[in-house]
Design a protein around this ligand. Structure first.
Ligand code: KG4
Length: 339
């Protein structure tokens, strides 16, 4: 019998709905929220309101594009956390109403696990690129930088994580001080392509184990700008591409250094990346270079599955459905929750 799951994602500033049948993606609709651009970051209150406006049209479109009737749905999977509480409340409340009205079970999904499980979404019947267990996943987004040891779809262990800022935050905050629009990551990525990554030296952390830190890099970037601007007020405009190239290269070096060490120590040769920052062209290239050097089998997600999306939520829901892992209708969202 077919298992058809609708996924709902509303943890931050993307409202998304997707339909997956037997692990094969049928639709993945994402409505971004432009309202935050003027503020240089996500404004939680505005995000919740935008989710309220977007959620019903997004779900309608996801069903339409999938060519699936509501009566064909086996279950509904929704992001329970972590994320912004107001945003999560919109998705969770919608999920309850929808599931109760249709008489289908609800499945709670951990947003971080969903990013990892995005690698199991099949895009066609012939798609067999899914990772084998165990593998390491570098999950890098606006709120997280973690190295995760994935033993099975439900057995994941964080072996290293940031002790302060996330990699995406480092991209966004440094972009902001250069006067670039939010979110800064994709803009830095684009500008870095014409810059010299050796032009400036930025600080790299000395942290034990596989943990990360990006706050020192952020401060050294700020100090570089402050000192150079004293000498040349047009410094940022004139050297923007070089600044972006150095920033990106340093973030990638920090990320890859710990990932390489973890893979080596844990003797794991299968490595994936996930989360918004995994869209970064430099990071993708660096992973490919490491793969060639250390003979890793690597998994780089399609761009549509890097940022927040409901296809990964529906995929996680599919695994849980097969495991009879449903949640009660009184489930409440969590803003903070471990993987
Ligand atoms: O996973 P995600 O969509 O959501 C949250 O964490 O909320 O990640 C968003 C982050 C932002 O910090 C954004 O700047 C970063 O991913 N990002 C990138 C790129 N595309 C998105 N960072 C670097 N290069 C990119 N191409």
């Amino acid at each position: 019998m077919d298992v058809t799951i609708i996924g709902i994602e509303s943890s931050c500033d993307d409202t998304s709905a997707a339909v997956i049948r037997n692990g094969l993606i049928l639709s993945n609709i994402i409505a971004g929220q432009k309202v935050h651009e003027a503020y240089g970051g996500v404004v939680p209150e505005l995000a919740s309101r935008a989710h309220q406006q977007n959620i019903i049209p997004v779900v309608d479109r996801a069903l339409q594009q999938a060519g699936v009737k509501k009566s064909e749905l086996s279950a509904l999977a929704f992001t329970r956390g972590p994320g912004l509480l107001g945003s999560l409340l919109v998705g969770t409340s919608f999920a309850k109403g929808f599931a109760l009205a249709l008489g289908i079970p609800m499945i709670e999904v951990n947003h971080l696990q969903a990013h990892v499980l995005a690698h199991f979404i099949r895009q066609s019947e012939a798609d067999d690129r899914q990772p084998g267990f165990p593998f390491l996943c570098l999950l890098v987004s606006g709120g997280n930088s973690q190295i995760i040891l994935v033993r099975s779809w439900k057995d994941m262990e964080i072996v290293g994580q940031t002790i302060d800022d996330a990699a995406g935050e480092a991209f966004d905050k440094c972009a902001k001080v250069m006067g670039l629009p939010y979110p800064g990551g994709p803009v830095v990525d684009r500008l870095a392509q014409s810059g010299n990554p050796q032009a400036f030296r930025l600080s790299k952390p000395q942290i034990q184990g596989y943990d990360y830190s990006f706050s020192g890099l952020k401060t050294s970037f700020l100090y570089l700008l402050r000192d150079e601007l004293k000498v040349n007020p047009r410094f940022v405009e004139e050297r923007r591409a070089d600044l972006c190239a150095c920033l990106q290269a340093t973030i990638i070096e920090i990320l890859m250094d710990k990932l390489r060490r973890a893979a080596n120590d844990l003797k794991i040769r299968e490595v994936a990346i996930a989360g918004g920052v995994s869209a970064n062209s430099g990071l993708r290239k660096a992973l490919e270079e490491q793969a060639a050097k250390y003979r890793w089998k690597i998994h780089i997600p399609p761009l549509a599955f890097t940022t927040d999306n409901a296809a990964m939520v529906a995929m996680s829901g599919y695994f849980k459905y097969l495991d009879n892992d449903f949640c009660p209708v009184d489930a409440v969202p969590f803003s903070r929750v471990e993987i």
